[in-house]
Structures are given as C-alpha cells and as structure tokens.
Write a protein that binds this ligand. Structure first.
Ligand code: SF4
Ligand code: SF4
Length: 364
C-alpha cells in the first residue's frame, strides 16, 4: 500500500469536509478526479454526440498540454486522471497527450471507442501502464451498437479490442483494468444484462452504467432529450424498471457491475420509472470539491453548466482553483437546481467509501 497516496487523499478529504463547513481558501482541496478532454476529433459518428460533426476542430498545442500535465504532476500527483476526446487513440495530439500523461501521472486512464485497438496498439497501451481503459460499448448486439455509434464495424471492433486487451493484460501481468462504459438510453436498456454477462465472460473489470444526458456543449435541454428516441419511452417504462431491478440483483450476486446499488436505484428516478419520494432531501452539489475538467479550448471548469474558472493558456491551475471567481462559482454550485437530473458517473456525489472502493478497484 502506498502511504504517500493514502496521506495525500486523507488530507485532501479532510480539507474537503472542512471547506464544505467553513469555506476558507486554506481548506480548498485539490480535485481528486481530473478529466482531460483535449480535442473533439473522432472516428465514430455517435447518435448522442456532436463532436464528430465539427470539421477540423480547434486544438491547443502539445506544448501547452505538456506544461499543464507537468503542473498536475506537481499539485495533483495522486489524483485520478481520465483522458477522453473525441477518440483518444487517434494519431497526433490526442494520442501524444495520453502517452505523456501516463508517464507523469500514475493514475491515468483513457476512454476509447476501441476502433483503433489492434494487436499493436493494445501492446502499446498495456505497456504504457494506464490504470484503466474504458471502452464505450452501448449495447450487446451489432444492430444496436452500430446504429448508436454510426459505424457498421463498431460492435465487432470494440468486442475484439476488449478480448485483445484482456489477453495482453494477462500475458504481461499488467494492472490495467478494462471497463465497459455504456450510456443507458431508450435504444439499448433491454440489452444491458446481457452486456454484463459478456463482460464477465471476457474477464473485464466491470461495467459502469451512465444515463443519457442532453448533448454535451449543445443547446439541447433536458425536456428536449425526454421527447427524443434516446429517452426511455412511456410504453417501455415497466420493462425498463424490470431491467434495472435485474441489474441490481446481478450486482448483489457478484456480477461485475461497478455502479453502487444506490446509484442503480437512482436511475429509476432519473428515467421517471417510479414515483419520486418527495420526502427525499436533495443534497447540495459539491462537484467543485472533487472534480475538475480541462477542455479542448483550454478552459478549466468544475461543470459544463457553469462558466470556466480559467484557461490553461493563461493561468496556472492552482491559482485558478483559489481565485475569487472560483469561490463565487463554488457558492453558486452548492445551490445548483439541476442536482436531481444530474447523474453522469463523473458528476454523481459519491461517499468517501464509494470513492475509495472505486479508486482502489481501478488501481490495485
Ligand atoms: S466516440 Fe465519443 S466523442 Fe466520438 S462521436 Fe462517439 S461519443 Fe462522440
Ligand atoms: S448539480 Fe450537476 S449541473 Fe449542477 S453544478 Fe452539480 S454537476 Fe453541475
């Protein structure tokens, strides 16, 4: 067990608790989850994403990203870092950032659609020592996955990628964990228990469900999403409730589902599959005390629903975290009205035990 890691996270957690009671600058914690999204460039055409529609998306230079990663290595050496895109394994900036980050930040994972994970790339990724490789597979059949991903080869290539990764990890005795991260939506909910069985059969670390949300960085509202085919339709609600109950049962029986039972229960409310308990008190959002996003244009942000607190082209992350503007946003975030419809796995509030379980599962 790495003592420095425990002390760092312990101290950071105490600061987080203190700051939520007494919001003084000295108690501001370093976010323990850092999400780096360096580009929108992608080789998929997902139905729920606008990234791929942008021709020649703007990117910052590798030099700026390296400087940022070097700063993170100084101020957040034990934070969990997740890098996504776009498609992170595309040649050029995205891939270079991922492989640079994993050398400097030991708890770095990547999110990929798996299309470029052939034997050669699998060897490279496993040898690099990423703590986790999250593969986006949104279903258990060719028809569903190919339709959602907009590519006729999506299901086959992602499946092959998962099999190659597990083989290589076993062969090289690597600690890299492979996770499937499906987006739960009206088009795929009925296939999810079979997807969990597939993950178990291949020997993956687990499946981490995340519900569909309004298209990131778009004007789509929650109400508009609910009217689209991506939402679970009224006629399917009873079946969807059965499926979520089945997933909860599978989780209790030891199937590799990473979400906590409470998190799966929350999906029922999110998709309005049951009457909400009006007595349940909504918690205050504390995303600013745990998470930080560094975006393709350099913006440093706690949450996409709030303005950026700085930009890596102009400011040091540490200064940005403690700036008066960040303090102002932290107060506004505490009272964010979206907390009951905000369920991304990167946004949900996790208890210290849930966080620790997840961290150590990914970094054993
Ligand atoms: S793989 Fe990710 S970034 Fe690419 S189109 Fe799909 S959702 Fe968007
Ligand atoms: S509740 Fe959701 S939208 Fe609101 S600040 Fe928190 S993470 Fe962002």
């Amino acid at each position: 067990m790495n003592m420095k890691l425990l002390v760092w996270h312990g101290t950071n957690y105490i600061k987080k608790v203190l700051y939520s009671v007494i919001p003084l600058k000295i108690f501001i914690p370093i976010p323990s989850n850092i999400y780096i999204v360096p580009s929108k460039r992608c080789n998929a055409k997902c139905i729920m994403c606008l990234n791929w529609r942008e021709k020649n998306p703007k990117e910052l230079s590798l030099k700026i990203w390296k400087k940022t990663i070097d700063e993170l290595a100084r101020i957040a050496p034990y934070s969990k870092v997740n890098i996504s895109g776009g498609e992170i394994l595309l040649p050029g900036l995205l891939r270079e950032i991922a492989f640079y980050a994993v050398k400097k930040l030991p708890y770095t994972g990547i999110v990929t659609n798996g299309f470029l994970l052939d034997k050669k790339m699998v060897k490279k990724v496993v040898a690099a020592g990423f703590s986790n490789v999250n593969i986006s597979v949104d279903g258990n059949t060719e028809k569903t996955v190919n339709m959602i991903r907009g590519r006729e080869y999506a299901f086959k290539t992602s499946l092959l990628a998962m099999e190659l990764l597990t083989k290589e990890i076993k062969k090289s005795k690597s600690h890299t964990k492979v996770i499937i991260k499906p987006i739960v939506m009206g088009l795929n909910f009925h296939e999810l228990p079979d997807l969990v069985c597939k993950a178990k059969k291949i020997g993956l670390q687990g499946v981490y469900f995340q519900p569909i949300e309004p298209i990131y960085n778009s004007k789509q509202t929650f109400e508009e999403l609910k009217k689209s085919a991506l939402w679970i339709q009224q006629k399917d609600k009873v079946k969807a409730l059965d499926i979520i109950n089945k997933l909860i049962k599978m989780k209790k029986e030891g199937y590799p589902i990473i979400n906590e039972v409470s998190n799966l229960e929350e999906l029922k409310d999110y998709f309005e599959l049951r009457e909400r308990d009006q007595k349940v008190q909504l918690k205050h959002c504390e995303i600013d005390l745990a998470n930080l996003f560094l975006l393709f244009n350099g913006d440093i942000t706690f949450c996409g629903s709030f303005p950026a607190i700085g930009n890596i082209r102009r400011t040091q992350i540490q200064d940005t975290l403690t700036s008066p503007f960040a303090q102002l946003l932290r107060r506004r975030i505490r009272n964010c009205g979206k907390i009951d419809v905000c369920k991304s796995t990167c946004k949900i509030n996790k208890s210290i035990f849930q966080q620790a379980r997840l961290f150590f599962m990914l970094n054993r």
